[in-house]
Design a protein around this ligand. Structure first.
Ligand code: PLP
Length: 436
């Protein structure tokens, strides 16, 4: 098929996400390898967002493809009431790499239903019903997860499920910036008191917020959330769907602050998205609760043998190729490249990154810090920057006044510099409108 045929038929017979269909402009993709993908006509793109921050090991990894092929040939599927070797081995492996005494896992089809089930587990384990969540967050698109979501993707799904209470984040946008961990924690504690601690089952949060701005919590914040949860008998749910599996330079983002959540949700990097699979990991005390109480939850694809085999092979690749260490090393270089951009380009208002999880926020003025596009909106300049990246073969997410720097963890220094050279040139477009 030609690229044009792919686009025409996909647009005619399939629905694209989060968009009015007349406005979508997909890139046709025929193949991918490493940090690159190609259109059918041979145009090459650097995948500077690992697709949806998920192809962490890079594209076309032969060891994972082989494991999937072998598992398909041996046992493609049995139902979740059965025990299988990939399921057994993946449980053991995840217990080894997740923090603290998290050692029991419920497997799902992806991230949204990992969060759904985490919420269910927390409600059943505590006998309480409310869930605290943050505004600058995305937790998925299913009924419960989209209600947990704080960003505008929630609006169309409202009123959503009952019992979700939202709190503000320590970050208030490019103009107002950050508040301290102490101030933010005090607001959370006040909310807990006003809601009634005995009614709150869990606090769910992205440990490092992904699509709402790569928000790296100030030191003390996650530790403080952990303490508040302990104080009030609230379970802490870490949504590591995007931040997990080496993205931040540790297996899980919570590892940077040595915090052990009660429940941890994962997907994306778990299989590097070669196959759909998510999981909720739980600490021993929660798993114990379900020894004599029924876990009312299930999915046809729970513990899918091919998904589990893909996850095992993917985790082996992280280990054999030291990809988490590479994310840390390349992350240090990316931080420096970000600093250089900020020093050179007046439109760069903020650059944040941890490991290979990064973002650039653009402003119209360094003085007022007015964003280059409004909250939940775009502007001519951001659209022009997006077009430039695309023309130059750099694929990344351009959202509101920001764009992302999230390459596969197998990237090398030369490739990183090649991508930043395109960004450096592109920022000349947004620099032209900066007033002061
Ligand atoms: C932090 C976070 N949680 C949950 C999800 C939802 O995962 P999925 O799209 O696999 O359902 C996402 C997806 O982007 C995410 O970034």
């Amino acid at each position: 098929m030609t690229g044009d045929e792919m686009i025409a038929l996909s647009k005619r017979h399939t629905l694209f996400e989060w968009a009015a269909q007349a406005t979508v402009d997909p890139i046709p993709v025929a193949r991918a390898q490493g940090i690159y993908f190609w259109t059918p006509e041979g145009k090459r793109f650097i995948d500077f967002n690992s697709q949806l921050m998920c192809v962490n090991i890079g594209h076309g990894e032969a060891r994972v493809i082989r494991a999937i092929q072998e598992q398909a040939a041996t046992l493609a599927y049995v139902n979740p009431f059965m025990a299988t070797e990939p399921r057994a081995r993946l449980g053991v492996k995840l217990a080894e790499i997740t923090p603290g005494d998290i050692d029991v896992f419920f497997f799902t089809s992806g991230g949204s239903d990992a969060n759904e089930n985490a919420m269910k587990l927390a409600r059943m384990a505590t006998g309480r019903h409310k869930i605290l969540a943050r505004y600058r967050s995305y937790h998925g698109a299913t009924a419960g997860s989209v209600t947990l979501t704080g960003d505008p993707r929630r609006w169309a799904a409202e009123p959503g499920i009952p019992g979700v209470v939202r709190v503000l984040d320590p970050y208030h946008g490019i103009e107002r910036g950050w508040e301290s961990a102490e101030t933010s924690l005090a607001m959370i504690e006040e909310t807990i008191q006003l809601e009634g601690p005995h009614t709150i089952a869990a606090f769910i949060l992205e440990t490092v917020v992904g699509t709402n701005g790569i928000l790296i919590p100030p030191d003390g914040y996650l530790e403080g959330v952990r303490k508040l949860c302990d104080k009030y008998g609230i379970l802490m749910i870490a949504d590591e769907v995007m931040a997990g599996f080496g993205r931040t330079g540790e297996w899980f983002a919570v590892d940077h602050w040595k915090v052990v959540p009660d429940l941890i949700c994962m997907a994306k990097g778990l299989t590097s998205s070669y196959l759909p699979l998510g999981a909720v990991g739980m600490r021993h005390h929660i798993a114990q609760h379900f020894q004599d109480k029924v876990f009312y939850g299930g999915l046809t694809y729970n513990s899918h043998p091919m998904g589990c085999a893909a996850a095992l092979a993917t985790i082996r690749v992280y280990e054999e190729d030291n990809l988490i260490d590479n994310a840390k090393k390349m992350g240090a270089i990316m931080k420096e490249l970000g600093r250089e951009l900020q020093a050179k380009h007046p439109s760069v208002g903020a650059v944040r990154s941890i490991g290979l999880f990064g973002i650039v926020e653009l402003v119209r003025s360094r003085k007022t810090r007015q964003p280059m596009a409004p909250f939940n909106g775009t502007s001519d300049e951001m659209a022009a920057l997006g077009r430039f990246f695309r023309e130059q073969g750099l694929y990344t997410l351009v959202r509101w006044n920001t764009f992302y720097t999230n390459p596969p963890l197998c990237i090398n220094e030369q490739q990183l510099r090649e991508a930043f050279a395109v960004i450096d040139k592109g920022l000349e477009i947004t620099d032209t409108v900066v007033k002061d």
